[in-house]
Write a protein that binds this ligand. Structure first.
Ligand code: NDP
Length: 434
């Protein structure tokens, strides 16, 4: 903490991992003396740069750009770019650190990284977003390549932004390679990549429920967020027969007592991805409840998906969920649950899926996009979806292998941390002190 002052989210992410990894390495002679965790918390490299661009009024704006290259032990750096006014170094270091473990859990050859900018795409014209993305990529292009570092999307970076950045990279380097994932299908993207994180988190919950001989059918579901991850979580929940009661954005949540159906979901996609409006408009359109300034965790449910942002679900929210009957919580977002909230879930035996495991579907399909780019061919929807399901099932199996506590209960946080760590640790031992 002294070496990284003010990086609160990074401290939080490291502490949570250290709580399970330190006891594990201390009892394991292979790992005990290699200072592996001390090495893993120090990024291999960080680049910070100026991003100047010209707005529609002709005025010059300046933002700050970052790329945190955390670990390349098991493959090229891989992880998204976030464009949001709250972005700072501490946020990106926490995300890059978690990414190392998550990517390892997929069993694909991907190291961990993360990047982004404090640029806010909200309220900007397409032209402004394009000029920002071009300026951002002009500098970033010096530090990435298809076999060194392959960024993707995250909050505020979707198909539009990836398109503008890919175009600029291609123009600067005169090469058509898989340097970014999340590309449009027509120009090198993978089918199922937009859906992958949302589908993946539901597949993971499906495996958790199967352990109890239960299914998603008929379950009441609350979801936070209404962006990429939330949208496809809703889609898969509907497909598996669950009833989705809420989605949200940073202004509030909508409560649809009848459940969001496929037609209303199509409206959400149009509203958020094309018109770029607030979720409140959904409530006005369908005459359902809109709760301003609040999070959906007060709504009675069986299963909750935290799909918006870090630390959006605190101890009080957790107590509310438990009181109202929620028995399973899954993180579609990165670190949305505070440590105190996780304690509440543990104390009440709530099934809890940590993001490192449950939201790994997105990066997994990004890994499959890299493979398809290298092979210069495209797999079918069914093929990618089947691979995604298998990867999520396998991550669940890894969590079970490493997650059993002394009381015999399955602790998915422990399972994901140790399961992700072991593969990286073995690679680090084999590669020497680098
Ligand atoms: P999007 O930008 O598509 O959507 C983000 C959603 O979260 C929006 O509804 C947004 O509301 C809401 N949100 C963002 N910041 C806040 C905030 N500070 N408070 C409340 N709500 C907020 O992003 P994604 O869906 O891609 O990402 C969501 C989460 O999932 C992130 O934690 C991301 O790191 C994680 N994730 C994403 C993956 C992917 O493949 N996309 C893969 C793995 C993890 P508003 O519009 O009001 O800002």
């Amino acid at each position: 903490e002294l070496d990284n002052p003010g990086e609160l989210e990074f401290h939080q992410a490291v502490r949570e991992v250290a709580e399970t990894i330190i006891p594990f390495t201390e009892t394991n002679p292979r790992y005990r003396n290699a200072n592996l965790l001390q090495r893993l918390v120090e990024p291999e490299r960080i680049v910070i740069f100026r991003v100047p661009w010209v707005d529609d009024k002709g005025e010059i704006q300046v933002n700050r750009g970052y790329r945190v290259q955390m670990s390349s032990a098991i493959g090229p750096y891989k992880g998204g770019l976030r464009f949001h006014p709250s972005v700072n170094l501490g946020t990106l270091k926490f995300l890059a650190f978690e990414q190392v473990f998550k990517n390892s859990l997929t069993q694909l050859p991907m190291g961990g990284g993360k990047g982004g900018s404090n640029f806010d795409p909200k309220g900007k014209s397409d032209g402004e977003v394009m000029r920002f993305c071009q300026s951002f990529m002009t500098e970033l292009s010096r530090h990435i390549s298809h076999d060194a570092d392959v960024p993707a999307g995250d909050i505020g970076v979707g198909a539009r932004e990836i398109g503008y950045m890919f175009g600029q990279y291609k123009r600067l380097k005169n090469e058509y390679t898989g340097v970014l994932t999340g590309k449009g299908f027509e120009w090198g993207g993978s089918l199922i990549r937009p859906e992958a994180t949302g589908y993946g988190v539901v597949y993971f919950v499906d495996r958790m429920l199967a352990e109890r001989h239960d299914t998603m059918k008929g379950k009441r579901v609350v979801i936070s967020g209404s962006g990429n991850v939330a949208q496809y979580t809703v889609e898969k929940c509907i497909e598996l027969g669950a009833k989705v009661l809420t989605v949200s954005d940073s202004s509030g949540y909508i409560y649809d007592a009848n459940g969001i159906d496929a037609e209303r979901l199509a409206y959400i996609l149009e509203l958020k991805n094309v018109k770029r409006e607030r979720i409140k408009v959904y409530a006005e359109r369908f005459g359902c409840e809109y709760v301003e300034g609040k999070k959906p965790w007060e709504v009675p449910c069986d299963i909750a998906f935290a799909n918006a942002t870090q630390n959006e679900l605190d101890a009080e929210d957790a107590r509310n969920l438990v009181k109202n009957g929620c028995f399973c919580v899954a993180e579609g977002a990165n670190m949305p649950t505070t440590p105190e909230a996780i304690e509440v879930f543990k104390a009440h035996d709530v099934l809890f899926a940590p993001g490192k495991a449950s939201n790994a579907g997105g990066v997994a399909v990004s890994g499959l996009e890299m493979s398809q780019n290298s092979l210069r061919l495209s797999w079918t929807r069914e093929e990618v979806d089947q691979r995604l399901y298998k990867i999520m099932e396998n991550i669940h199996t890894i969590c079970k292998r490493y997650g059993h506590g002394p009381d015999g209960r399955l602790d998915y946080v422990k399972g994901a941390n140790i399961g992700g760590f072991v593969r990286v640790a073995e690679a680090m031992l084999a590669q020497g002190v680098v």
